[in-house]
Design a protein around this ligand. Structure first.
Ligand code: HEM
Length: 154
């Protein structure tokens, strides 16, 4: 079960990133070219928020069963800023939960704005902020915190 959730969480991270990048691109273009906030833009906004919320659910399920979160095992060759245990138990969860809140808030605010320009600006601001947090909190193979592969298969 742990392995399945870990793989799903690892794969869905790319959907989170791609949907966020596409939303940010749409919002930036919308602002620059004074475009209409079409049904397609609205769909992208909604899907991006949903994908991040699915990642939150996968993450929470993983958090409850993960041995890395449960046990602080001494790591022999740890040259990272923090241990894997500390990273996943405290840092990853809080930064990522914050990012999903930012996306959800931004999405809801954009939906309620009156003009198309306000909708694009709101989406651009909140989604970009969330992307920055996510980029820091992902355990990239080159992260100073903890390293995990770019992709994990089943
Ligand atoms: C946008 C949100 C998130 C992204 C992009 C993300 C990304 C990742 C990635 C790339 C990994 C490494 C997977 C691997 O080892 O192959 C990971 C591991 C993990 N994530 Fe997340 N995550 C997110 C949100 C969360 C949240 C909200 C939680 C907790 C509530 C969470 C809990 C975990 C745990 C516990 C692990 C390590 C599990 C283990 O090795 O046993 N994640 N995450």
């Amino acid at each position: 079960m742990h392995q399945i959730l870990l793989s799903l969480h690892s794969i869905n991270r790319w959907l989170v990133l791609l949907s966020l990048l596409y939303s940010i691109y749409l919002a930036a273009m919308g602002r620059l070219k004074q475009l209409k906030f079409t049904a397609n833009a609205n769909f992208v906004r909604h899907v991006t928020a949903t994908i991040s919320q699915i990642q939150l659910l996968l993450g929470l399920s993983l958090y409850m069963i993960s041995p890395v979160v449960k046990y602080a095992v001494a790591e022999s060759d740890n040259n990272h800023l923090v241990s894997e245990h500390v990273f996943f138990k405290y840092i990853h969860i809080w930064l990522m939960a914050t990012s999903v809140v930012l996306i959800t808030l931004g999405s809801a605010k954009a939906k309620r704005m009156e003009t198309d320009d306000q909708k694009f600006s709101t989406m651009l601001f909140w989604f970009s902020l969330a992307l920055l947090v996510i980029l820091v909190a992902i355990p990239w193979p080159f992260s100073p915190f903890t390293n995990r592969p770019f992709l994990r298969s089943f």
